[in-house]
Design a protein around this ligand. Structure first.
Ligand code: MN
Length: 196
């Protein structure tokens, strides 16, 4: 099995009261673990890619001619789930500190941090069904906000993720039930990178 799940880089209760510890534990230990396991299963037929960094594999996936279409779908879904959740844990890390350079870039691109949050939140609230909201840097270095379905990643477009928010119900249902907007509003409180 080439890939293993890293432990959550902080305690399950570290994000209380914005994200509850039961959600964090199930999300990391069950959902993320399952993406990891199924990613390994999908790769089992392709030992030539076992050692490739998952981000590189997802970036190149569509262009690889030696992977069958149905296996590409499995790698995209489970490899995407594996990589996306790792990003998600990192950007919510309570040890993160304010990133002045990122804040300056956000102000240039969107007018203010509040305007950025408003635009990102609108896209996240309005995303239909499961998926993720993203702040990315495109090939020209420009910041973009968009949402993607399922476990699709910006890497497949050649974009570099900066912030991401899990919009699957498993990310918030225990605490917030159907109130995705409340989950999003509280989620900003755990993003230390852009807190003023
Ligand atoms: Mn998730």
């Amino acid at each position: 099995m080439p890939h293993t799940l890293a432990p959550l880089p902080y305690s399950y209760e570290a994000l209380e009261s914005f994200i509850d510890q039961e959600t964090m534990k199930i999300h990391h230990d069950k959902h993320h673990q399952t993406y990891c396991d199924k990613f390994n299963t999908a790769l089992a037929k392709y030992p030539q890619y076992a050692e490739m960094e998952p981000v590189e594999l997802l970036t190149k996936l569509e262009s690889l001619t030696d992977i069958e279409a149905k296996d590409k779908t499995a790698i995209k879904n489970h490899g995407g789930g594996f990589v996306n959740h790792s990003l998600f844990w990192q950007m919510m890390d309570p040890k993160n500190t304010k990133d002045e350079k990122l804040i300056a870039e956000i102000i240039t691109a969107f007018g203010s941090v509040d305007e950025f949050k408003k635009k990102f939140s609108e896209i996240a609230v309005n995303h239909f069904a499961s998926g993720w909201a993203w702040l990315v840097r495109d090939q020209e270095g420009k910041l973009q906000i968009y949402s993607l379905p399922n476990q699709d990643t910006p890497y497949a477009k050649g974009h570099t993720p900066i912030l991401t928010l899990d919009l699957w119900e498993h990310a918030y249902y225990l605490k917030y039930q159907n109130k995705r907007a409340d989950y999003i509003a509280n989620w900003w409180q755990v993003i230390k990178l852009i807190q003023g």
